[in-house]
Design a protein around this ligand. Structure first.
Ligand SMILES: [Zn+2]
Length: 90
């Protein structure tokens, strides 16, 4: 099975997006501040960058997001189990 992006055909969606802008819908919750979005018209992906603005999701950004997600998941898991033997004095 081929799993490439469906960009082989010139679609009306692309024209629509270039005219009216992308219609991004939330596709992935990476951290509290970083989320990934996919355009419901053309399927283009975007992510929130460190400044909280939308940016086209490049393979490199996707990699960063995946790493962030893993770190975040580990932190969340640690918080939930509450098995930390020592806590930093506050
Ligand atoms: Zn679009």
């Amino acid at each position: 099975m081929k799993k490439s992006t469906p960009n082989s055909t010139f679609s009306f969606s692309k024209i629509y997006c270039s005219l009216f802008g992308h219609d991004y819908v939330l596709s992935k919750h990476v951290t509290h501040h970083i989320k990934e979005y996919t355009c419901s018209h053309c399927g283009e992906q975007a992510t929130t960058n460190s400044r909280g603005r939308l940016e086209v999701l490049t393979p490199k950004l996707k990699e960063i997001n995946n790493a962030l997600e893993q770190v975040h998941a580990k932190k969340a898991a640690r918080k939930e189990t509450k098995t930390t033997p020592f806590q930093a004095a506050s």
